[in-house]
Design a protein around this ligand. Sequence first.
Ligand code: ADP
Ligand code: MG
Length: 231
Amino acid sequence: MTDDILLQVERVTKTYGTAAGALTVLHEVSFALRTGESCAIVGPSGSGKTTLLGLCAGLDEPTTGTVRLAGRELHGLTEDDRARIRNEAVGFVFQNFQLIPTLTAFENVLIPLELGAAGANGQSEALARDLLDRVGLGARQHHYPLQLSGGEQQRVALARAFINRPRILFCDEPTGNLDGDTAGAMTELIFGLNRERGTTLVLVTHDLELARRTGRILRLRNGAVTADECT
Ligand code: ADP
Ligand code: MG
């Protein structure tokens, strides 16, 4: 393994216990990404894309197999240790945004830092304002999520994912809830921030135009990788 591998997924499986018995939703998935690479994960609904993204980001643990992220083996770490690695290295945009309704857009963007050891300071507040400007919400920073449209909430979620200057950004269907124009603007933002900051990018998407903008497409079907091709 060379040093510039940022994410290494090896023979990862995930099995959920359900009322109907054990359900294996990922079957020995393997791939690796170098620093600065971008990759799209595509596949039908239910093929395991969100599950795989969560395992890569250290939000959950595989049943078998290993994930190595930013030089750290995630296996066997405590939840606190995984949270620390996420805080230092990972940005995540959830499919349903997961903004906190009682916090303003500005406060939502600062959440990852408040959880971090350093907390927010004048510099990070300036970065939060800058990121909200970048996503076109500078004038809306003191609005609450319910006062924002779906697309605007998604842009707040993107700004939040960049506040800790992540080495790797995971986005789960970042244009899934957006109309054509807003989806295009979101795509430009993701790749713009990716270029400027050298962030490694992993996107789950149904949007083939978005997928083709990445350097690589990983196809999932029934929890297995059926193709891994450069675009
Ligand atoms: P995708 O994002 O590709 O639509 P998911 O990763 O969300 O797929 O889900 C893959 C499969 O795993 C689905 O069949 C889903 O129902 C199942 N699944 C996801 N999470 C759980 C869970 N916590 N318990 C049981 N089954 C789950
Ligand atoms: Mg999903």
